[in-house]
Design a protein around this ligand. Structure first.
Ligand SMILES: [Zn+2]
Length: 69
C-alpha cells in the first residue's frame, strides 16, 4: 500500500491511496489519486503533487501541546 503525506497542510497523519485514475488533458494524461487519512480527510490530488509521508520528529516539528507526556 502506498502511504503519502496527507494533502492537508495542517494534517500530519499518513494518508493512503484508495484509488487512482487518469484524466486526459491538453498536455497529455494526468494521473489523479484518491487519498484518505486517519483524520478523515479525503482528497483527489494530482499524483505528481503528492509528497511521501515522513513521520514528524522532534527536530523537524514543534508540537508544544504534545511535548509533555
Ligand atoms: Zn489528513
Amino acid at each position: 500500500m502506498d502511504v503519502v503525506a496527507c494533502p492537508d497542510p495542517t494534517c500530519q497523519a499518513p494518508a493512503w491511496l484508495s484509488d487512482r485514475w487518469t484524466f486526459p488533458s491538453t498536455d497529455g494524461p494526468v494521473e489523479h489519486v484518491k487519498t484518505g487519512c486517519g483524520a478523515g480527510h479525503w482528497f483527489t490530488p494530482m499524483a505528481a503533487s503528492l509528497a511521501p509521508f515522513r513521520a514528524p520528529t522532534p527536530t523537524t516539528t514543534r508540537r508544544p501541546a504534545e511535548a509533555v507526556r
